[in-house]
Design a protein around this ligand. Structure first.
Ligand SMILES: Cc1cc2nc3c(=O)[nH]c(=O)nc-3n(C[C@H](O)[C@H](O)[C@H](O)COP(=O)(O)OP(=O)(O)OC[C@H]3O[C@@H](n4cnc5c(N)ncnc54)[C@H](O)[C@@H]3O)c2cc1C
Length: 446
């Protein structure tokens, strides 16, 4: 049994863990960091390009974000772009696609116009587009059989839209960290944290091969697993995880950029959208679906145990679910998403969503994207009986941080890492290299 010691240990080899590793290695004087990942490669789950929508969420076309959240998300998106442009050395991590919010029918058209009035000052390149302009940008959205589609349509269009391969950003961050000389930066794959114990000078983490890793500061960025690990340490006891899996359908190339639909603002994720798949030339992806499943990883039934450990059948959870089901729109949304999973019927009913974006789409052109799926760890606050709309962090100044990261957690990864970088260095009495940080991100780490 081997014992090792580091200043900082990070659990989780997704984008949250990797961005913090990068910051600590390249932009601080922390001397030893270890990152452990339970699978045998980096970004195996939600940060992989196959598991998420590859969207850099800026808040302009996401109608589930109010102005305040849109502004907040925009800052995180800027940091991701700055990293790709000034820090990664690999411009192919991003692709520029125009993005559109599409309103279909009188009611949605009015809501899209209202959104423009309320947020346009935050997004100088965002413009309103009528049916003719939409036909120029995305002919398959506006035109059917050579004529304008029947329903009224109206959109917001931003040519400054980006897709990001968050999996490759993860790998890029880790590779750069490993390239730093005069520091100990260890990446341990196939290494699963089994037990965390607080010690006099930090933490002791027992891993699957029987080894023990000591650290002064521990950061848990384990995606859907973070809440359970936090609860084993007595943190976040009044939260339950609600895993919302998302799948996609593939279609031939029918869109030039990203086309989002109007989302119910009571739901914490973006509505079904269509966009070119960054990793597959000539393919348009539609999705994601949103299905609550009692597992922490899709197609891995063993993870049902992890779900049972971090979902509590309490009054607060029951009240939250009851309130959600009481809302007609949410109820219909939940039933619809269950329907998408039923063989044959699922594809037919998903086609209705796609027809809203591309009215000439044919059933035969849609294919369920096998194993192209991820799980969003939405949290229920049992004390206040409410579903949290975004990420959560337990950081109490006691040497450990837990990150829970539903969408848009990949977009916000560097903003989130900046917060953790400040907390970790302050706790350890270490220094952030603000100059080198600013060279990349154009802002100080705060
Ligand atoms: C369908 C879908 C669409 C999405 N679309 C977008 C989008 O377009 N834009 C966006 O910004 N965000 C999107 N998201 C959200 C985004 O994918 C996540 O917020 C982000 O990937 C979270 O990264 P992470 O590193 O925190 O978690 P993960 O990528 O899940 O990584 C956690 C890692 O921890 C490891 N781990 C877990 N337990 C242990 C343990 N005990 N020991 C060691 N390792 C462990 C796991 O194996 C995993 O590799 C989407 C998510 C889904 C599901």
């Amino acid at each position: 049994m081997e014992q090792r010691a580091y200043e900082v240990l990070i659990i989780g080899g997704g984008i949250s863990g990797a961005t913090l590793l990068y910051d600590l290695a390249l932009h601080s004087d922390v001397e030893s960091v270890c990152l452990i990942e339970k699978y045998d490669h980096l970004d195996p789950l939600n940060s992989n390009a196959h598991s998420n929508s590859q969207t850099l969420h800026c808040g302009d076309i996401e109608t589930n974000y109010n102005r305040e959240k849109a502004d907040h998300v925009r800052h995180g998106a800027d940091m991701m772009l700055q990293f790709v442009d000034h820090g990664s050395g690999d411009p192919s991590l991003k692709r520029n696609y125009g993005k559109m919010l599409l309103g279909v029918g009188e009611e949605e058209v009015a809501s899209v116009q209202k959104r423009f009035a309320s947020i346009s000052d935050l997004y100088p390149s965002l413009i309103e587009v009528d049916a003719d302009a939409i036909a120029d940008i995305e002919p398959n959205v506006a035109i059917v059989d050579g004529k304008q589609r029947a329903e009224p349509i109206f959109g917001l269009y931003n040519p400054e839209g980006y897709a990001i391969d968050y999996g490759r950003v993860t790998e890029n961050c880790v590779a750069q960290a490993q390239g730093v000389e005069d520091k100990t930066i260890d990446i341990c794959l196939s290494t699963e944290a089994k037990k965390i114990t607080r010690t006099d000078d930090g933490f002791e983490v027992s891993v699957n091969n029987g080894d023990t890793i000591h650290c002064k500061f521990l950061v848990v960025s384990a995606g859907t697993y973070s809440l359970h690990l936090a609860q084993t340490m007595g943190k976040g006891k009044h939260f339950s995880v609600l895993p919302i899996s998302g799948s996609f359908y593939f279609a031939p190339e029918v869109l030039n950029g990203k086309v989002y639909t109007v989302q119910n603002p009571k739901l914490p994720f973006a509505a079904v959208h269509g966009d070119p798949d960054m990793t597959k030339a000539g393919v348009t992806r539609f999705g994601p679906t949103a299905l609550m499943l009692p597992v922490l990883e899709r197609f891995n039934s063993k993870t049902a145990l992890g779900f049972m450990e971090s979902f509590h059948f309490s009054t607060g959870t029951a009240k939250t679910l009851f309130h959600l089901m009481k809302d007609k729109d949410i109820r219909e949304f939940i039933y619809k998403n269950i329907g998408y999973e039923i063989p044959v019927h699922g594809k037919k009913s998903f086609l209705k969503e796609v027809l809203k974006i591309v009215p000439s789409m044919k059933l035969d052109d849609l294919d369920f994207a096998d194993h192209t799926t991820g799980v969003r760890p939405q949290l229920i606050d049992e004390k206040n009986a409410e579903l949290l709309m975004g990420a959560a962090k337990f950081s109490d100044g006691d040497g450990v941080i837990f990150n829970m990261t539903p969408s848009p957690g990949a977009t916000s990864a560097f903003a989130n890492a900046a917060e953790d970088l400040v907390t970790v260095t302050k706790y350890l009495g270490r220094t952030i290299h603000q100059e080198s940080y600013k060279d990349v991100f154009q802002v100080n780490a705060t």
